[in-house]
Write a protein that binds this ligand. Structure first.
Ligand code: PMP
Length: 281
């Protein structure tokens, strides 16, 4: 498979990245992951909009129009014959002698790759487990930054203890997962953290909120506590690769009857119906 480098598709062994690249030294860049179903980029526009918004928030200018960039992503997937998989793409502020302030004259560097990824069907059916971990990240989690140490350390702790994901919390308040958004159902209402600076507003999250509207499921974009999380009737997480993923156990405590809940399954079905209708550029 070819990789993306500044608008060109090249062989991986031909990629040259400077040791002075600010992505490498500072994590000074942002990224995006777009899902591919049956060769179509799912919610590509939303992902591309968020890519441009994240770049804008850290004052990196992407040197393409969104239309050109969209076509580039589409060509990338087609060229590598990705049927079901994902595109990863990132942009850094570029290479310059190391100094914290923005360098003058650095050119942003875009790299990306595609890969085949199957839907995690077995986990979606059985549900997964998660554990609470304190959210020690910075206060701009709305930016899809390459700086992921807070996420990485929490995921590693969860992984080492056999959990699929960490449920991050600031004090008592649940924010999101290391690489996912978090939701609970209580008495038929869906609760999830509001899309502010403390979470990444997931594209999957946006689709889920739309589906709730269609299904007439009430939604409260209101933060809930760890204690409330444990008392939810159903719990689940979402992301581009895990879709609607039931969480059936938090720590050693079972949620509901310890199997994926009815409303969660309803959302999974509605989501599945939605991903059949990917639109080609
Ligand atoms: N929150 C964080 C911190 C994430 O890394 C991700 C996945 N990139 C999400 C939420 C879910 O976002 P999306 O649905 O766009 O994949």
């Amino acid at each position: 498979d070819l990789i993306l480098h500044n608008g060109e598709f090249i062989r991986e062994e031909d990629l040259v990245i400077s040791k002075e690249d600010r992505g490498y030294q500072f994590g000074d860049g942002i990224y995006e992951v777009i899902r591919v179903y049956d060769g179509n980029l799912f919610t590509a526009k939303e992902h591309i909009d968020r890519f441009y918004e994240s770049a804008d928030k850290i004052k990196i200018v992407i040197p393409y129009t969104k239309d050109v960039f969209h076509k580039m992503m589409y060509d990338f997937v087609e060229m590598n014959n990705i049927d079901n998989g994902q595109v990863y793409v990132q942009i850094t502020r570029g290479a310059a002698e190391r100094q914290h302030q923005f360098p003058t004259g650095a050119t942003p560097v875009i790299t990306g790759n595609t890969k085949t990824v199957e839907r995690p069907v077995a986990s979606m059916q059985s549900g997964v487990t998660a554990k609470f971990i304190e959210d020690i990240r910075w206060l701009r989690c709305d930016i899809k930054s390459l700086n992921l140490l807070g996420n990485v350390l929490a995921k590693q702790e969860a992984y080492e203890e056999g959990y699929f994901e960490a449920i991050l919390h600031r004090g008592e308040t649940v924010t999101e997962g290391c690489s996912s958004n978090m939701y609970g159902f209580k008495n038929g209402t869906l609760y999830t953290h509001p899309a502010n600076n403390l979470i990444l507003n997931g594209i999957t999250r946006r689709v889920i909120l739309e589906l709730c509207k269609e299904l007439e499921i009430p939604v409260e974009e209101t933060a809930f506590t760890k204690t409330q999380a444990l008392k939810m009737d159903e719990f689940f997480m979402s992301s581009t690769t895990t879709e609607v993923m039931p969480i059936v156990k938090i720590g050693d405590q079972q949620i509901g009857d310890g199997t994926p809940g009815e409303l969660t399954r309803k959302l999974q079905k509605a989501f599945e119906a939605r991903i059949q209708v990917g639109i080609k550029l």
